[in-house]
Write a protein that binds this ligand. Structure first.
Ligand code: TNX
Length: 763
């Protein structure tokens, strides 16, 4: 049961005498949404006579408020006794961990918290109740400010509310890191996962190993365009940068004042080519290698020899001194074992330690580093590959290849942070629009982030307590500038803040549109903060629905109070009122407007009215839950998926399964041709099948093979189109065997490949 009020409307009778505008919760535009809000009548008048009392323990909260007011208004609150102050931050041991109560009344603003985090978050809520124009630093804001009277009781859902940033692929200066951390604080997020070392650059000064910064922090040049563009081209420009230990201390102190803990990541044993480039003895071949200039997974990984362990212990000793937080991330992902397989020392070690294989050796590597870090009072986090070959005893697992790693780890009573590619990879596209800037691939629209539930159904209540929370990841292969990072981070980070803070949604459709009501005004706050953000709020969603044997096209726009206009087959522009009946192949163009003003680019959809559209379909396995947004019917709804993004609701994704699709056309029909499409994105582990088979039947029992088609194309979208010797049948069966395990040398080698299937067109 939700114990907060969604849309609390002040009673009409009160309003009619005061003529005040109705205030509803969404007007307050608070993100993440507090657990419980009750709006009261009236306002608190905030002016130069307002005074402050704050308990000593709440110094980060009171300092933040004073600093904030000084920037926005040029004014600081005078301190007063608890009784006389108009803004009071007091200790109340009955408040939940990191939670608070905030009561704004005509006379006072009273904040109660049991810990410093709670008090800090109360101030962030108060900040969001103040006009967004105060976020500016012109000191020009005019008093008095009327703050809405309200009573808020709030606490986070998860203790881990994270954002990640990869500074290895592209380097971002100190000031930007601070800006990123301060936007996390505004959203009550508390862990900044700082990915500091990569194949393409080492970014943290280590005094004992100066070549890590003089050499490993720079690459000769960088790939231009997308990794899959052929031929590959490079910019010929040296690129790099790093943080000095002084920079890091400054950032850590800044983060502390924003109630954010930094988790540094020092990758091992993979993603280590830059370090090996500086110190070739850390690799198994001893050969010189360049700092990587392209993206992907590299075979030059640390060799598990004593030199490497001494190096890593030295590095981590300096890292520990810089970062006071409990966690150190040691990576553990994407470490191809080719060199370990061919290295005499590694093979000897496997025998000596009685390990089964190279995975066991990786596990030995991580466990040894864990022991070292545990002795120093630190806990390790690793990507979910650290499950392979045996999990280090106290490790926390970051589940990125879906939720499965997290499920396994939680069942084994290990702490888990959920950050699956399907819902947490903010380097994926956020819209299907052709005008989106180049990104790595995939599709992760805002709504999908919002719909994320970090607690998988597979876990019992007890097991679920091991899920510490979730995190949004920003990998920066395709983000060269600060503005680009912000564009990818916002507004998805706002949705993620709600996933980890607020009560989980039980009705995504309803709650998402309420979230958008708060998001629209919140974007003005981001603007004043000079934070770039994407805006796809006015994009239309088209959906085919089938009713009483008819096919209809439904249009939806997620925000309220908008009109939709559409043109069917370039006909007259009509206002959209209800789903449109479709009886032939059609094109539909639509646009959103508010008060006559058009808000978005025209959205175009094409519907192929084919033989199977009125039929039904069965699958032998369900598509993966992360890629089944359109339901199985999406395969015969007349609409093709995007050419560029496999994550839309038209593509169905299957992980490792052999798929069998049975289509019932309803009655026997003349079948003359068959068309479908598969996706290839090896960087995302997606492979078109090697062959498919098409069968037909009249009774759904005896099937005859119509065609076996070999697929060899490596194009992003593999089109299958084949004529069929005309045959009159009611049922079709399509067999799509999975590609198999991902071959060596490719990203995700050894894992199961994904299969993505688009519309099946029968004519
Ligand atoms: C996989 S997530 C990676 C990163 C890439 C990212 C791109 C993870 C542990 N490894 O190295 O940047 O995909 O989406």
């Amino acid at each position: 049961m939700r114990n907060y009020i969604l849309l609390f409307i002040i009673s009409a009778s009160v309003l009619s005498c005061t003529k005040e505008k109705e205030v509803i919760v969404s007007d307050l535009a608070l993100i993440p949404k507090p657990q419980n809000i009750e709006i009261q009548k009236g306002n608190f008048k905030f002016d130069k006579n307002s005074t402050l009392y704050a308990e000593e323990e709440f110094i980060i909260a009171s300092d933040f408020l004073q600093e904030y007011l000084k920037n926005g208004t040029g004014f600081k609150l005078k301190e007063e006794t608890k009784n006389d102050a108009s803004i009071v931050l007091e200790k109340d041991a009955s408040q939940p961990k990191e939670g608070y109560s905030l009561i704004v009344s005509k006379k006072k603003i009273i904040i109660k918290a049991s810990d410093a985090s709670g008090a800090f978050y109360a101030i962030q809520t108060l900040r969001q109740l103040l006009p967004h124009s105060m976020e500016g630093s012109e000191k020009s804001f005019q008093f008095p400010i009327l703050v809405q009277s309200v009573s808020i009781q709030d606490a986070p859902k998860f203790q881990y509310r994270g954002m990640h940033l990869d500074v290895g692929r592209h380097f971002f200066p100190k000031e930007f890191i601070k800006k990123y951390i301060s936007s996390m604080a505004l959203l009550k997020m508390n862990y900044f996962h700082w990915h500091l070392t990569e194949d393409q650059g080492w970014r943290i000064e280590i005094k004992k190993y100066p070549k890590l910064t003089s050499h490993a922090a720079y690459r000769d040049e960088t790939l231009v365009g997308h990794y899959s563009d052929q031929p590959q081209q490079y910019d010929g420009t040296r690129y790099g940068g790093f943080y000095t230990q002084a920079d890091i201390k400054e950032i850590v102190a800044f983060a502390e004042k924003h109630n954010v803990t930094i988790i540094p990541e020092i990758e091992m044993p993979g993603h280590a080519q830059a370090a090996i480039s500086a110190y070739p003895e850390l690799g198994c071949t001893g050969k010189e290698v360049p700092v990587a200039t392209t993206w992907g997974v590299f075979e030059n990984i640390y060799c598990p020899n004593e030199k490497t362990f001494a190096f890593l212990e030295d590095v981590l000793t300096e890292v520990i001194d810089l970062f006071p937080g409990e966690f150190i991330h040691i990576g553990g992902d994407e470490a191809p074992k080719t060199q370990w397989k061919n290295c005499a020392h590694c093979q000897k070690l496997i025998k000596e330690l009685r390990l089964t294989d190279e995975h066991g050796l990786q596990s030995y590597f991580i466990q040894r580093m864990e022991k070292f870090l545990n002795r120093k009072g630190k806990r390790i986090i690793g990507w979910d590959e650290i499950l392979e070959g045996g999990l280090a005893p106290n490790a926390t697992v970051m589940s990125w290849r879906g939720m499965q790693g997290g499920i396994e780890a939680a069942k084994a009573k290990h702490s888990v942070i959920m950050t699956p590619t399907s819902h947490a990879y903010f380097d994926y596209y956020q819209s299907d629009s052709p005008s989106e800037p180049l990104a790595i691939g995939g599709l992760l629209p805002l709504k999908k982030v919002y719909s994320f539930n970090p607690i998988p159904k597979e876990l019992t209540k007890e097991e679920a307590t091991y899920i510490l929370g979730a995190q949004g990841n920003i990998w920066t292969e395709y983000m060269k500038t600060e503005k680009q990072v912000e564009y990818m981070a916002f507004p998805r980070m706002l949705a993620m803040s709600e996933v980890v803070w607020s009560v989980a949604s039980t009705n995504v459709e309803k709650d998402y549109s309420e979230f958008l009501l708060r998001l629209e005004p919140f974007l003005d706050r981001l603007k004043v903060l000079d934070i770039q953000h994407a805006n796809h709020l006015y994009e239309l969603e088209g959906k085919v629905i089938k009713k009483d044997g008819g096919v209809y096209y439904q249009l939806k726009t997620p925000t309220k109070e908008k009109d939709i206009f559409y043109q069917l087959n370039d006909g007259a522009s009509l206002k959209y009122i209800e789903p449109i009946l479709i009886s032939e192949s059609s094109s539909i163009k639509s646009q959103v407007s508010k008060n006559g003003k058009i808000l978005n680019e025209a959205f175009k959809d094409t519907l192929v009215y084919h033989q199977a559209i009125t039929g039904s379909l069965q699958l032998n396995v369900s598509p993966n839950k992360s890629y089944d947004a359109g339901g199985k019917e999406a395969l015969i709804n007349g609409i093709n998926g995007s050419d560029k993004r496999y994550g839309d609701k038209e593509w169905l994704g299957f992980w490792g399964d052999d798929v069998e699709i049975t289509i019932d056309l309803g009655v026997s029909k003349d079948i003359k041709s068959f068309k479908t499409r598969f996706y290839n994105a090896t960087g995302q582990w997606i492979y078109a099948p090697r062959e498919i088979e098409i069968f037909a039947s009249e009774d759904n029992i005896a099937y005859a093979l119509l065609k076996r088609i070999k697929l060899e194309s490596t194009e992003r979208v593999v089109e299958v189109a084949t004529e069929i010797y005309p045959t009159k049948k009611q049922y079709l069966k399509i067999r799509v065997p999975n590609y198999g395990l991902i071959p060596d040398g490719k990203q995700g080698a050894g894992n199961k490949a994904w299969t993505f299937i688009d519309e099946i067109i029968i004519e």
